[in-house]
Design a binder for this molecule. Sequence first.
Ligand code: ADP
Length: 253
Amino acid sequence: MDKVMISVRDLVKNYGNFQAVKGISFDVYEGEIFGLLGPNGAGKSTTLEIIETLRPKTSGKIIVDGIDLDAHPNEIKKIIGVQLQSSGFYPGLNLLELVDLFSGLYNRKVNAMELLETVHLKDKAKAKVKELSGGQKQRFSVATTLINNPKIVFLDEPTTGLDPQARRNLWALIKNIRQNGTTVIITTHYMDEAEYLCDRVAIVESGKVVALNTPDKLIDDLVATGFERPKEVKKANLEDVFIHLTGHKLREE
Ligand code: ADP
């Protein structure tokens, strides 16, 4: 039996009179990449921020690695990695200095160069965040989630705005994080990304989970209803053309 890393039961969040999360329940298993999908305003960020202990809930029960969020939120903070907004990075510091600063805040000893190497940013160790390309910024942001050697990392739309090469590069990085035994929760608006990366996805709509399964099973269930794609499926798509013509190599490195 897979170990449950995150258990969310009957989670409700009210903002004044408005109910943003309407009784959500799901489990995330150890070592999986779990996707939270849904249109803007569905309640994904609210749900994640509550699990991350950054936002109070209205009601419901959350257990993270056996720790009750109501009783020991600080214990949960220690075992999770959360992406920091790049706007919060001190502009005067380079990547090495930032990693050192954050590891100090986490009270952890980290080999900053080794960490930058895992996200292919060793060459940029002395650069400031504003000097990085979009893909490099995202990789650095992912690196900051790993500083406290967490059991779970939360990635909020990590590939938004990236070119296809940088996106694929980040996919490999995320798979690698999971390979090392870390559980990953990710939000994304790209369904191809969710299909490629996620072991299971929950689809959230208006504060409720409307489907939860493996991408494969969800697709099979839809096909079983008689659904068919209106367009003939070709053996390649435009992204294949783009990659074929411009290569897999990362740009702006
Ligand atoms: P998602 O991440 O799926 O886009 P959010 O969790 O950000 O959704 O938002 C869910 C709903 O809650 C939205 O209608 C949003 O406007 C509302 N909301 C989010 N944060 C606040 C807040 N701090 N105060 C009031 N309403 C909020």
